[in-house]
Structure formats: C-alpha cells, structure tokens
Design a protein around this ligand. Structure first.
Ligand SMILES: Cc1cc2nc3c(=O)[nH]c(=O)nc-3n(C[C@H](O)[C@H](O)[C@H](O)COP(=O)(O)O)c2cc1C
Length: 162
C-alpha cells in the first residue's frame, strides 16, 4: 500500500513522530513548510504569533511539495496542537489539496490539551476514511523511546488491519 506521512512541526516533536511512523511502515514523508516562518521556535512570542494565526484562520503559503498526496492510498497526517486546534500550515494543506477516497490516520503532539484537534482535522477530511487517531505529549521531553515505539506499533497495526 502506497503510504505518505504528511506533517508540520515547529519545534521537532511532531517531526520526531512522523519520522518514526515513516520508518515503521516504510512510507514517504512530506514536511509542510511555510514559505515564511513567522513563528519563532523556542521563543516566548511563539504563543502570541502562533495563537493569533490560528484564531484568525491564517493560511500561510507553503513551499512546493516533493510528493503528490494524490498518488497515495494511505496518508498519515500530523500536527502540533496550537490554541486547541491544528496548525495553520495544515489549514493551508486542507484548502489546497482536495482529498477523497483515501485512508487517513491522524496524529498530533501537544502539551496536554489537545481538545478537539483530531476531530477538527477529521471534519476537514470528509469523504475519506479515518482509520486511526493518536496523540502524543511532547515526545522529545517525555519518554522519547517509548513514544517512538508506540508510534511505530500504531502505524504497523493500522497497515496490518487494512
Ligand atoms: C502557538 C502555540 C500554541 C500552543 N497551544 C497548545 C494548546 O492549545 N494545547 C496544548 O496542549 N499544547 C499547546 N502548545 C504546545 C505544543 O502543542 C507542543 O509543544 C507540541 O509538542 C509542539 O510540537 P512541535 O515540536 O512539532 O512544534 C502550543 C504551542 C504553541 C507554539
């Protein structure tokens, strides 16, 4: 099954999980990168600028993709949680790429309050089959090894169940 992992990450937590999933199932990997990153990683201002982008539903322009998501049967899509929601680059992705009839598994990394992030992503992906959802709490800081194993196991179980 052709599988692609798509993610955005500001500080590396979501990237870490995305890489483990891709390693686990032998998938291609596509990082969503804003043309201009206006939120500075590891800064205090990141909460203000990132939160504002979510609240105003900004859709930052993304760098061109190296892979076409339409070529894949199964997509893993991941985001950090910002202001209890998915991040603006994912918003751009959902409006730019109209996916239908795909199998999609969703993941996120948060500080402990994901709220409806994964359900909000699911709502953007109507017309596809959601085959799994999982969240992680800042894996780079909390049990990195265990999170890596959990991510791999989760992805392998999804593929085996299809
Ligand atoms: C702008 C901003 C808003 C955030 N809002 C939330 C939130 O609402 N709930 C939460 O649990 N964590 C929140 N966080 C923490 C991140 O979700 C968490 O650190 C995540 O692991 C970051 O992923 P990354 O390293 O891939 O960027 C926020 C972080 C930023 C920068």
């Amino acid at each position: 099954m052709k599988t692609l992992v798509i993610y955005y990450s500001l500080e590396g937590n979501t990237k870490f999980i995305a890489q483990k999933i891709a390693e686990g199932v032998g998938a291609d990997i596509l990082e969503l990168k804003p043309k201009k990153e206006t939120v500075k990683p590891h800064s205090l201002s990141k909460y203000f600028w990132g939160g504002k982008q979510v609240m105003t539903k900004e859709k930052p322009e993304l760098l061109p993709f190296g892979y076409d998501p339409q070529d894949y049967d199964l997509l893993f899509i991941g985001t950090p949680v910002w202001a209890w929601n998915f991040t603006p680059p994912l918003g751009t992705f959902f409006s730019q790429v109209k996916l239908t009839g795909k199998k999609i598994a969703l993941f996120c990394s948060c500080g402990g309050a994901k709220n409806n992030t994964l359900e909000n992503m699911e709502a953007e992906l109507a017309g596809n089959k959601i085959v799994g959802k999982i969240d992680f709490k800042e894996p780079l800081k909390n049990n990195q090894g265990e999170c890596a194993e959990q991510a791999k196991r989760w992805a392998i179980e999804i593929i085996s169940s299809l």
